[in-house]
Design a protein around this ligand. Structure first.
Ligand SMILES: Cc1ncc(COP(=O)(O)O)c(C=O)c1O
Length: 437
């Protein structure tokens, strides 16, 4: 007799959560810090959200909604990969602000958030049980995004041991060769390599030389290379006087789209979304860019259930067509990100806690291993102890697939600067008490 009302897939999905800190996040969200009303409340430093410039965007959206008539096309069906006029505006926006290279709007597909784009790409490019490689540490939910629907398997490539070796991501050709041989010997098919730049959780970027070399290797070995630039405009000012000495070089972010334009291959693809740079994860707008016609055709046949609402597409288009607003928004956002990043690293420096110098993203990847109790499961224990003692909710490093124990991700863009200052003082007191004890 059946002992579940669900399918085998459904039963599996009904257990657990996609990430270890999700339930605590929802609990903490009901009890956030407020200097006057809830001084013992929680600090949400674990969710990759950016609230720095929402007020600017909200005002712009409100003005558009009041002053501009909604066009009739919004009410009906449009192309599954996005309304053509909206894709035109997205292409122009990306060319101007992110890629600095021409993009054909016909090579773009938009869906409900980066998550949908990742799920669809994995479904179309890989076969069940194929391997998708991520240099560790990497975004925890990639596992679900490539696994749930497409049935692909995540492989965390350990490119370094100690966090501080990671001032720049290094994926050598011999590393790729060795992994390729190992997977072949195990009879496993490697279908995709996914890089994120600026990276989640480390904030590092790849040089264009490295990207070109890795892309050529992937083309030669028929492995799809996807570069996720969802944090592509969330850049830290690496020339800031207080920061510049942290960086081994002052190489700036350069989009993978340039390498794609140069190499023009069916094996190279690009992901973007408006969730992070524009702090509108709730709008659910993700973008695939690829020159692979088969991928785009399959995408338009499969992704009807993942479309972005036409009203949202139209609203976004109004924002993207306003270049003056975009310049101000992006510049202000980068200034704010640099300030909130500084708030964290000043504290870490004072406490002599090592961290990876980020060139972008919303994160600081910090090494709290000196505080680890010498027990099994110590990282989890430390994570909970920090939360229960200070209200600071971080994400423990083990969820990112790297073997180094005691690394934690700190999100600096979700709470206000005033709350962040209090959180950093609490972290300082916590670390000092632990060091004495
Ligand atoms: C690297 C990366 N990709 C994808 C996502 C998911 O983005 P979205 O909310 O647009 O689905 C995130 C969110 O944290 C992310 O960090």
């Amino acid at each position: 007799m059946k002992n579940s009302t669900l399918s085998i897939r459904g039963s599996k999905a009904s257990k657990g959560t996609p990430r270890v800190d999700l339930d605590v996040f929802f609990e903490a969200s009901q009890n956030t810090f407020d200097a006057r009303l809830n001084p013992n409340g929680a600090f949400l430093l674990n969710m990759a959200e950016n609230h720095h410039c929402w007020h600017l965007l909200r005002d712009r959206l409100q003005t558009i909604s009041c002053e501009t008539q909604i066009p009739d096309w919004v009410a009906g069906y449009t192309a599954v990969t996005g309304a053509p006029e909206v894709r035109n505006s997205i292409a122009t926006f990306l060319e101007t602000f992110l890629t600095q290279v021409n993009l054909d709007p016909e090579h773009l597909a938009i869906s409900a958030g980066a998550t949908s784009v990742i799920e669809m790409t994995a479904f179309i490019l890989g076969n069940p049980n194929d391997v998708v490689v991520f240099p560790a540490p990497a975004y925890p939910v990639y596992k679900a995004d490539i696994g749930n629907l497409a049935g692909l398997e995540r492989f965390d490539l350990q490119t370094h041991v100690d966090l501080m070796e990671l001032s720049e991501a290094k994926i050598s050709t011999s590393m790729l060769d060795n992994l390729y041989d190992d997977l072949q010997q195990q009879g496993r098919n490697w279908s995709m390599l996914v890089l994120t730049q600026p990276d989640n959780p480390t904030g590092i970027i790849f040089s264009s030389g490295d990207l070109r070399r890795i892309a050529k290797w992937c083309i030669d070995h028929k492995v799809h290379l996807v570069v996720n630039e969802i944090y592509g405009l969330s850049l830290i000012d690496i020339t800031h006087p207080e920061l510049k000495e942290d960086y081994a070089d002052l190489i700036q972010f350069d989009s993978f789209a340039k390498v794609m334009a140069e190499l023009k291959s069916d094996f190279l693809h690009h992901w973007y979304a408006f969730s992070k740079d524009f702090g509108i994860s709730g709008f659910r707008i993700g973008v695939l860019y690829s020159m692979n016609q088969g991928l785009l055709k399959a995408y338009s046949n499969l992704a009807l259930g993942r479309c972005v609402s036409n009203h949202t597409q139209w609203l976004l288009q109004q924002v993207l067509d306003d270049q003056e607003f975009l310049h101000t928004y992006i510049e202000t956002n980068q200034q704010q990100l640099t300030s909130s990043y500084l708030l964290v690293v000043r504290t870490l420096r004072k406490l002599e806690i090592p961290y990876v110098p980020a060139k972008g993203s919303l994160f600081v990847w910090a090494d709290l291993s000196s505080l680890l109790p010498k027990r099994d499961n110590a990282e989890y224990e430390l994570w909970m102890d920090i939360y229960q003692s200070t209200g600071i909710l971080l994400t423990p490093g083990s969820s990112f697939g790297h073997t180094y124990p005691g690394a934690f991700r700190i999100v600096h863009s979700l709470v206000s600067p005033a709350a962040m200052a209090v959180a950093m003082k609490k972290l300082e007191d916590y670390v000092l008490t632990k060091s004495v004890g």
